[in-house]
Design a protein around this ligand. Structure first.
Ligand SMILES: [Zn+2]
Length: 295
């Protein structure tokens, strides 16, 4: 007769990860052959790869041992692969932002969700051009460091404020692009609808009040703006963007700077002509249509 049995397996003991995967995995409870419940941190990975996975499936207890080990090793491999991928993405986008001049010196920082309660972030005091994937730091949503030999960026507070408020956000980028930062230093938001593409991609980019970098003031200054925007200028400081992936956050940062340049030149020309309210509304409608078509 088949009997259902739940087996405790600590996946951290099964595979010794060299990229810190073990740090993000809670002790998982496995039902025969399949992990259940899956760690929430892994849900996205599984949903994308195996949407029909029935983790409640139960089998003969005689077969549990081997199948559990197989399942947990596969699980670890998947998570490790995903974390490795995100570490490489942080390196790639950090270099890209550095080359664009958005992160000179050791300034700027990037982070990405590893799971519901874990982030992978760049360390403090590091050139984004020289950064390597092993330099990244794993922290929880309270800012506690879980793994990594370096200390996390001192500006992690703004990242945490965004992840806590926006469950849809998967990645955050903070940088200091020259023209956008000049707007922030001049007390000017990028909220004039001068350019249709920017209206569609970003909407209005507000200006958060000044806050001392590295303190809780920064998160407080952004708090009210985070729910309704995905790109924010920070007075006398820089810009922060966020989105569904590192690529999404990067493209927004690139667009913020591009939009700032257009606004600057339009005002230098002396006759900027903002779009009318109706035209902006039409663009917002066009954007939602575009997003629907893209799905
Ligand atoms: Zn900064």
């Amino acid at each position: 007769m088949l009997t259902s049995v739940a087996v405790d397996v600590d996946i951290t003991q099964l595979v010794d990860s060299n990229v810190g995967v073990h740090a993000m995995l809670p002790k998982a409870i496995f039902l025969a052959g399949h992990p259940a419940p899956r760690p929430t941190a892994l849900r996205a990975v599984f949903q994308s790869r195996s949407p029909q996975w029935d983790y409640r499936k139960r089998v003969d207890p005689d077969t549990i041992g081997a199948r559990d080990r197989e399942g947990s090793v596969a699980l670890i491999d998947t998570v490790r692969e995903r974390e490795g991928e995100l570490r490489r993405e942080l390196v790639r986008f950090g270099r890209w932002l550095h080359k664009l001049g958005f992160m000179p010196g050791t300034s700027g920082n990037l982070s990405v969700r590893l799971g519901d309660d874990r982030l992978l972030a760049t360390p403090t005091g590091a050139s984004k051009y020289l950064l390597q994937s092993r330099d990244m730091v794993v922290i929880d949503l309270d800012g506690r460091q879980i793994s990594g030999s370096r200390k996390v960026t001192s500006e992690i507070g703004m990242h945490l404020a965004i992840y806590r408020q926006r469950l849809d956000v998967q990645a955050v980028i903070h940088s200091h692009p020259v023209v956008a930062t000049a707007f922030a230093c001049a007390g000017r938001a990028l909220d004039e609808p001068l350019c249709s593409e920017a209206v569609m991609a970003l909407g209005a980019v507000p200006l958060a009040s000044y806050a001392t970098t590295g303190t809780d003031e920064v998160a407080a200054s952004l708090m009210n703006l985070i729910p309704r925007h995905e790109a924010i200028l920070m007075a006398n400081h820089g810009a922060v963007t966020y989105g569904t992936s590192l690529l999404d956050a990067f493209l927004k940062m690139e667009t913020v700077e591009h939009y700032a340049k257009i606004c600057l030149v339009a005002h230098q020309l002396g006759t900027p002509r903002p779009l009318k309210d109706l035209e902006v509304e039409q663009l917002v409608r066009a954007k939602s249509k575009y997003l629907q078509n893209a799905m």
